[in-house]
Design a protein around this ligand. Structure first.
Ligand code: MG
Length: 398
């Protein structure tokens, strides 16, 4: 049986976003796997865990024992479920699935039971500065047969006007929640009127409202028939979901910040969400994500894995393989990657006519060109976009 001979972290930022890829090498010539450990804003901490703790733990272990090795990594630090540790574990875990696929000569979705669908539907982001800008960007996607769009006027929290901020307030990204909420209702009215009923619409509140405001917005948006409304509440306030769900039929998607199974168990078994959309590396990789998908299926809850630019292409490929297999797949978020990403990561999933296709190579089917990756060094810096504030200067969730 092949054993683990080396584990390394590859840090690269082809689009300016810090990506962390873990490469697990075996004692068999040319047999290796790749996994996503991308925690874009704490990249050196993740690298440290992989290089100094997981690597010495795993050298000479049997690559086939994914389940056992996942639990070994999970329990090894005694304290469990932290974001940094989970991402580090994910890098190794996905790489082991990639290796298993390569040994079997099969794409990973085949190891899970095969395809439930030939290709994966996805949505793209539309962030516009004006309503006509939003319309124009949707038109561009419609020409590519993309019928699911996430629409935001501005980005998270909208584009604030006339902020009356006290002098000497702290620097940060300011927003006005009331204005954002009212602008969002106007945007949906405009987009539905312009495009009619068939376009599928998504919106991300990104935790920017107070619970009662989020309930108000979810109710107001009901008549525009959203595909889902994302992160209406911060994870600390999910107890409000019972009130939200009892008042509106707007479908709810939550989960990209989750780290710990306790954060989703009750939401799923009490059917308080419609879509679970965790960031696969953030919960510890492919192994726990696969179990979560199966658990959610029992309760009629669909998957919509997190797929922005701060998930590496390896993570996106893992999202695609899981989405091909899961009977309860709902929707996938897809980032429009630049040419630099396609160069550094050969074997990206194939996007065509509103669907994503796996390339059907063994494993996750995706590789990394380490020489090219070096051309795009990461930058470790203070994260600014998360320093979000209300007009009076209060710091709030980003
Ligand atoms: Mg989101």
């Amino acid at each position: 049986m092949p054993v683990i001979k080396n584990i390394k972290t590859i840090l690269t930022a082809p689009e300016g976003i810090n990506l962390i890829v873990v490469k697990v090498e075996t004692d068999q010539e040319g047999l290796y796997g790749l996994g996503c450990a991308t925690f874009a804003y704490r990249e050196l901490a993740v690298k440290n865990v992989v290089d100094n703790y997981l690597k010495p733990l795993l050298i000479d272990r049997d690559v086939h024992k994914i389940e056992d090795l996942w639990h070994l990594m999970h329990n090894n630090a005694y304290w469990r479920n932290g974001g940094i540790t989970n991402n580090a574990i994910s890098g190794v875990d996905m790489a082991l699935w990639d290796i298993k696929g390569k040994i079997a000569g099969l794409p990973v979705y085949q190891l899970l039971g095969g395809k439930s669908r030939e290709a994966v539907p996805f949505y793209r982001h539309v962030n516009g500065t004006t309503l006509s800008d939003i319309v124009e960007k949707i038109e561009t996607f419609k020409k590519q047969n993309i019928n699911h769009v996430r629409i935001q006027w501005g980005l998270y929290g909208g584009i604030p006007k006339d902020l009356n901020t006290p002098p000497n307030s702290e620097p940060g990204v300011y927003s006005n929640p009331t204005q954002y909420m009212l602008d969002t209702i106007k945007m949906f009215e405009h987009i539905r009127k312009h495009f009619g009923d068939e376009l599928e619409l998504i919106h991300d509140i990104h935790e920017r409202l107070m619970p009662s405001e989020a309930i108000y917005l979810a109710k107001k948006l009901e008549k525009y028939r959203l595909f889902f409304l994302e992160d209406p509440l911060p994870i600390e306030q999910v107890a409000w979901l019972e009130q939200l769900k009892s008042q509106t039929a707007t479908p709810i998607a939550i989960g990209e910040l989750f780290n710990n199974p306790l954060e989703w168990t009750d939401l799923i078994k009490n059917r308080l969400i419609d879509f679970i959309r965790i960031h696969i590396s953030q919960i510890g990789g492919f192994t726990p994500a696969r179990k979560l998908a199966v658990f959610a299926e029992q309760f009629g809850i669909r998957t919509a894995w997190h797929g922005p630019g701060d998930v590496s292409p390896i993570g996106h490929a893992a999202n695609v393989h899981l989405s091909l297999n899961s009977h309860n797949f709902g929707m996938l978020e897809w980032w429009g990657f630049s040419d630099a990403i396609y160069e550094v990561f050969p074997g990206m999933p194939i996007v065509k006519d509103g669907y994503i296709y796996a390339n059907n190579k063994p494993g996750f089917g995706i590789d990394i060109n380490e020489t090219l990756a070096k051309k795009y060094p990461i930058k470790t810096r203070v994260t600014k976009w998360t320093q979000t504030r209300l007009p009076d200067g209060t710091l709030v969730n980003p």
